[in-house]
Design a protein. Structure first.
Ligand SMILES: [Zn+2]
Length: 410
């Protein structure tokens, strides 16, 4: 019968046969069996061994056919494995371990779950949300086991908040391959320590630089766990972000002092001060032109921010250092407290900032990924737990390997 042949082909089985097909309760049932005298590979060590006995019948879901659910019924064989020294379950070719899905279904669901909300995938394939999650988990487990982390040159450490101001996660990126290497709950010392515990050894030899924010917990852990010749670079994007926050703080303070006399003056000017001038709209530019003439504190902060952009254009560490010293003097004499604080923060972390001119790495690529992370969080509102969110992150942004030919059935 044609259906039997098609199933055998999509399962890619040789030692197993389809003995019966029926259609009942709106589903297609396939009953499988194995050739009696065949030696079968042991599930633990792959050694071929004689059959011993059978386990109770298992139901395994396969990819739906024309939208009709497909269920396989099979009693797995236990073999007497000479190598393992005892009864072991055979290596069933179309499913892994105790999974209740065929490999084909696992890879079909998991590849759809990369593109669509899990809820949608579960509706499309008429399976539960948990089944989709379990498929993704199997795909991620496989990928994590088979991925290559031996040649990571630059890592970027960043944090992701699940909701604004809530639950932080530390994420470690492979900046060359643009993939998530690792993620962990929280942003404490212990969080990052867990990463180095897992990956520290495999990074040795290949790792050249670590890029992160000027966050003391991270700095301490990095210094403790990497070799001396690995360069610690403070991330440009974070530095710019801190500077923008300082400018914005000046604006807020000044808006408060202006509240009585001129409450409208600084209204809705936040982005005028924060954007690069070339990105302003005509309207914003006109308003800035007007505000610039008023000798405002925020304008002084703005000019300091703009002059700091030149810093990144230096080519040599020594020249950059000289410019930084000049800028430090301006900022500390600006009588603008947020800018002064920022300048002192730079001074405190000077070495790591100048290191950018020795090794130009930034977490820039992670900005794009960060947005994807946010989309994933939003898209999958079913993620109530951090482990599920981590699963989705590895799945979508881990660039994990997949077995060959998994998406082709025939
Ligand atoms: Zn064995």
């Amino acid at each position: 019968m044609l259906l039997k042949r098609i199933l055998k082909k999509t399962l890619k089985v040789k030692r197993h046969k389809v003995v019966k097909v029926d259609y009942s309760d709106n589903q297609l049932n396939f009953y499988l069996d194995v050739h009696k005298r065949r030696r079968l590979p042991c599930g633990t060590c792959q050694t071929f061994a004689p059959q011993r006995d059978r386990l109770p019948q298992r139901q395994i879901k396969h990819v739906p056919l024309w939208g009709i659910p497909v269920l396989l019924h099979y009693r797995p064989v236990r073999v007497s494995c000479p190598k393992c020294g005892g009864p072991r379950v055979e290596d069933i070719p179309f499913t892994s371990g105790k999974s209740r899905m065929t490999n084909g279904l696992v890879w079909t669901l998991s590849s759809m779950a990369k593109l669509l909300p899990w809820q949608t995938v579960s509706q499309m394939f008429n399976v539960s949300w948990n089944t989709v999650q379990s498929a993704v988990k199997q795909a991620v487990d496989y990928g994590m086991k088979h991925r290559d982390t031996g040649k990571v040159i630059y890592i970027g450490i960043d944090e992701v908040s699940r909701r604004k101001g809530h639950t932080y996660m530390t994420v470690v990126y492979d900046l060359e391959e643009k993939r998530i290497l690792w993620s962990g709950q929280g942003r404490k010392k212990e969080t990052l320590e867990a990463f180095f515990k897992e990956h520290g050894n495999s990074l040795k030899g290949s790792l050249k630089a670590v890029c992160c924010d000027m966050w003391q917990s991270y700095i301490d852990v990095v210094k403790e766990h990497v070799d001396e010749d690995v360069v610690l670079v403070f991330d440009k994007f974070h530095i710019v972000q801190h500077l923008n926050q300082a400018v914005d703080e000046v604006r807020k303070q000044e808006a408060i002092t202006l509240k009585k006399d001129n409450p409208e003056l600084l209204k809705k000017t936040r982005y005028i001060w924060l954007k690069n001038p070339e990105n302003l709209t005509d309207k914003q530019r006109a308003r800035l032109g007007y505000l610039e003439k008023l000798n405002l504190k925020v304008n002084r902060a703005y000019l300091l921010k703009e002059s700091f952009r030149d810093f990144w254009d230096y080519r040599y560490p020594a020249a950059a250092k000289k410019y930084l010293a000049k800028w430090f003097w301006w900022a500390t004499h600006s009588r603008l407290e947020p800018l002064r604080d920022f300048a002192w923060m730079l001074r405190k972390h000077q070495q790591g900032i100048i290191n950018y001119f020795k090794c130009r790495v930034t977490n820039g690529v992670t900005e794009g990924m960060n947005n994807k992370v946010k989309t994933i969080v939003k898209r999958c509102y079913g993620f109530r737990t951090i482990p599920t969110l981590q699963l989705a992150l590895y799945h979508c942004l881990g660039k994990l390997p997949e077995p060959e030919n998994m998406h082709k059935f025939v």
